[in-house]
Design a protein around this ligand. Structure first.
Ligand SMILES: Cc1cc2nc3c(=O)[nH]c(=O)nc-3n(C[C@H](O)[C@H](O)[C@H](O)COP(=O)(O)OP(=O)(O)OC[C@H]3O[C@@H](n4cnc5c(N)ncnc54)[C@H](O)[C@@H]3O)c2cc1C
Length: 501
């Protein structure tokens, strides 16, 4: 059925809207085919909820995004969602298992470990080049400690692997959700999607070079005639990332307007892919003192004892490929990185290193960076901590936010996708309950399920975001142990029995 409607999209473009038949109502439409949206789809299908659709604005699945570490809590959540998806993700990951017998007595499937053995730990050093801490990258070491392993996988491989668990026709590309309308009369929500050539870059997730050319990650310049389409669903799970459109739609023009867009976290990254022409003496010194054969080493001022000062001190990750590059995390105002040239960024990096008393050798290395190789990326956050009487909840009616759309944050504790998988685990369990009791039209049951989700997840996200912003787990071995117990060792089977059924 073609509707007569026309929808105003973006900058005054009128697009004829193709409406789906009113009798076609999905149980769940998921907005966003990132890791969290797809994990939710996988979990719903596993629980027998097949009448679902995932829409994504991307024109094509392309190799974009960074490497993501999946830690024990994220892998446990994924296993709970669907053990086949868990196995597939492990098999597609970069580091998988040591070839020896694993601790549970089973022999892990042997996959060529990439990167090689030398990379099986991530070392942090002080200014004297002494090891202060090392984090194992081996699946089996984490398995032994926390009852589940850890893997690294590129965002694209994670997306592809999860997508392959779902029938192709349940994931629709080229559908950017632009509007969510409550259709109480039809006991559903209508989602309007558009496909046009003018998709904007995500301003909250990009690297910009010195000329402020954004490194586009999810766009394709293919010119296409705009089309628009509507879908109806009993429930909408919004997994559309940190720059979530659905979140903006929920909060804009409401008392929660301030929560519509992500806020600058106070931290930014300065990245140099390759430092050229490093004098031999300096190169040998850095290789011997800091890198010592590792592909990546973090150097920071471990003398700062208060967690506040520690988190605000710059950290430099030296990256040892064919040549040396680095990634620095700095605590600076947004205006000092945004729109700055490569030279300005280098000046800023050097000032920050100087302020934190970094050794001259590392300052010399940074000084040698070609400005054209230097990029910046501010990190944004949706703060989970809100005042008790705030009404900025993660759901409204039949719509619920998950993953980065709910609580996106800087990647310092490698928890974004892992926490998103925990969201997916909780929300699919609750939706499965709604399905089991045929409560699709019971607004009270839906509201209570979404409240339960938020009661369970928000306080934990506050904890994880605090750890991310203050870096308190890195203050001492004891702080690290406590954080690890809190985050990695939980038994989700128990959580689900206690809270979700
Ligand atoms: C440098 C860096 C390193 C990181 N390292 C780690 C790590 O080690 N471990 C970890 O757990 N996390 C890490 N993260 C965070 C992790 O990448 C995110 O938390 C995770 O990708 C969030 O998943 P998501 O599905 O919620 O959102 P996204 O991955 O952002 O996916 C959102 C999807 O929604 C689509 N979309 C957006 N808007 C719309 C719309 N209007 N309509 C339809 N579709 C839309 C997008 O195309 C995209 O496919 C890192 C992040 C960065 C930046």
């Amino acid at each position: 059925m073609q509707s007569e409607t026309t929808e105003m999209v973006g900058k005054n473009i009128e697009i004829p809207l193709t409406d789906t038949p009113i009798n076609k109502i999905y149980d769940v439409v998921i907005v966003g085919a990132g890791p969290v949206g797809l994990a939710t789809a996988v979990g719903l299908r596993k629980r027998g909820i097949d009448n679902i659709l995932v829409v994504d604005q991307a024109r094509a699945f392309r190799r974009v995004g960074q490497v993501v570490d999946l830690l024990p809590n994220g892998l446990k959540a994924l296993k709970y969602l669907d053990s086949n998806a868990y196995e597939a993700v492990k098999a597609a990951s970069l580091t998988f298992a040591n070839s020896q017998q694993s601790d549970d007595g089973k022999t892990g499937e042997v996959i060529e470990p990439k990167p090689p053995k030398a990379s099986l730990e991530w070392v942090s050093k002080n200014f004297q080049g002494q090891r202060v801490r090392s984090i194992s990258l081996s699946f089996d070491t984490w398995l032994k400690k926390y009852g589940e392993g850890r893997v690294s996988i590129s965002w694209y491989d994670l997306q592809t692997t999860l997508r392959q668990q779902i029938p192709e026709n349940q994931v629709k590309l080229n559908h950017r959700c632009i509007k969510v309308v409550d259709e109480s009369e039809n006991e559903c929500v209508r989602l309007d999607c558009v496909s046009d050539a003018s998709v904007e870059a995500n301003p909250y997730a990009y690297w910009a070079d010195g000329q402020n050319n954004i490194q586009l990650q999810d766009l394709d310049s293919t010119s296409q005639s705009p089309i628009a389409k509507s879908f109806r669903a009993k429930l909408v799970v919004a997994a559309d990332g940190i720059n979530s459109t659905v979140r903006k739609l929920l909060y804009t023009d409401s008392p929660n307007q301030a929560f519509a867009k992500p806020k600058y976290s106070g931290f930014a990254a300065i990245y140099c892919s390759e430092v050229l022409d490093i004098p031999n003496e300096l190169r040998s010194y850095i290789e011997e003192k800091f890198l010592s054969g590792s592909p990546i080493v973090t150097v920071t001022n471990f003398k700062l004892s208060s967690s506040h000062a520690f988190s605000e001190c710059p950290r430099i990750m030296l990256i040892n490929r064919q040549s040396i590059g680095y990634l620095m995390h700095v605590h600076v105002p947004l205006h000092s990185v945004q729109g700055k040239s490569g030279c300005d960024l280098l000046d800023l990096a050097l000032q920050e290193l100087e302020k934190a008393d970094f050794p001259d050798t590392l300052k010399e290395l940074v000084q040698l960076s070609p400005p054209e190789n230097v990029r910046q990326r501010p990190y944004y956050i949706h703060c989970a901590a809100i005042s008790e009487n705030s009404s900025a909840t993660w759901s409204a009616g039949r719509v619920v936010l998950v993953g980065d759309a709910a609580h996106g944050m800087p990647p310092f504790m490698a928890q974004g996708a892992n926490q998103g998988f925990e969201d997916a685990m909780v929300i699919t369990t609750l939706i499965a309950n709604i399905a089991k009791n045929n409560n699709w039209d019971n607004k009270q049951a839906i509201a209570s399920a979404f409240e339960k989700y938020e009661r369970l997840r928000r306080p934990f996200m506050e904890y994880v975001q605090e750890a991310t912003l203050t870096q308190f787990p890195h203050k001492s071995d004891q702080a690290w142990q406590e954080y690890s117990q809190e985050v990695y060792t939980r038994d989700f089977e128990q959580v689900s029995t206690k809270f979700l059924v």
